[in-house]
Design a protein around this ligand. Structure first.
Ligand code: SAH
Length: 252
């Protein structure tokens, strides 16, 4: 009889070690083995791990190699944490890993984390939903190695005039802007946050007409999130909220 252990998928948060959940931190303190997503996970978060824990970066590993480590260790009765950045439900390949564990009959638990989308909104000090502007947030990315369905092209999504958080795409900022401008006016507020909550954190703000230049000047190619939409705009937006004519419907 195997001494099978539950595997923990943990959202490590955006970078600041204080932005992992208490549950996630406790699991890191307990873990025998931590397989983390390479340079995206801050070393400061790894400091919660035991001194004798085995820390493995999955950056250069294939899915089957990662899963061999995880399943092998779980079967040996070791506590394994698979540490993802932000929240494991966004662009983390959680499903591929979970499917294999299901097939192998290995139990697992998912512990949520603070997504970089929310950390970036906090950096910008903005609400992603805003009464009278939009009540919808879209999480998306430009097509890379992972294809994006046609109906979800940035230009199609932009037609909703919602707030859009664009992951994994800062290095293709020209293409992002080109697609969005097919539906959004060029003066739509846009921002890019690099390494939100890390010491190196930086952000640029502008509109669709100048954000590409600003992102390139700042050298934000990876580890950066683009947020676009009227909700993240300037003070004139905020003043609308306090307009006597404006009906407050957001408390309910
Ligand atoms: N699951 C993660 C996303 C992983 S995909 C989450 O919920 O945040 C990796 C992408 O996330 C990066 O290309 C970048 O767009 C974004 N990202 C991750 N950490 C970030 C951070 N600290 N600041 C800004 N963007 C970040």
């Amino acid at each position: 009889m195997e001494n099978l252990r539950t595997v923990y998928f943990v959202g490590g948060g955006p970078g600041d070690p204080e932005l992992i959940t208490v549950k996630g931190m406790k699991l890191l303190e307990e873990a025998d083995i931590v397989v983390y997503t390479g340079s995206l996970v801050s070393e400061k978060v790894l400091k919660y791990c035991r001194k004798d824990a085995r820390l493995i970066s999955s950056a250069s590993m294939h899915l089957d190699e990662i899963m061999a480590v995880i399943t092998g260790s779980a079967r040996e009765g070791k506590t394994v944490v698979r540490l993802h950045t932000g929240d494991p439900s966004l662009y983390s390949a959680l499903r591929e890993q979970a499917d294999i564990l299901d097939k192998e009959g290995i139990p697992y638990t998912v512990v949520p984390g603070v997504s970089s989308a929310f950390a970036s909104a906090a950096v910008l000090k903005r609400e992603l939903t805003m009464p009278g502007v939009t009540q919808t947030v879209i999480f998306t990315r430009l097509e890379g190695k992972t294809p994006v369905p046609e109906a979800e092209s940035l230009s199609a999504l932009a037609s909703h005039n919602a707030t859009i958080c664009i992951f994994l795409s800062a290095s293709m900022i020209d293409k992002v802007v080109e697609e969005l401008c097919k539906s959004y006016p060029a003066d739509t507020p846009a921002a890019c946050v690099y390494k939100a909550t890390w010491e190196e954190e930086r952000s640029v703000k502008g509109t669709l007409s100048d954000i590409a230049v600003k992102v390139k000047e700042a050298g934000m190619t990876r580890h950066a999130l683009i947020i676009v939409g009227r909700a993240i705009g300037g003070e004139e937006m905020a003043s609308r909220l306090y307009d006597k004519e404006f009906k407050h419907g957001y408390r309910g």
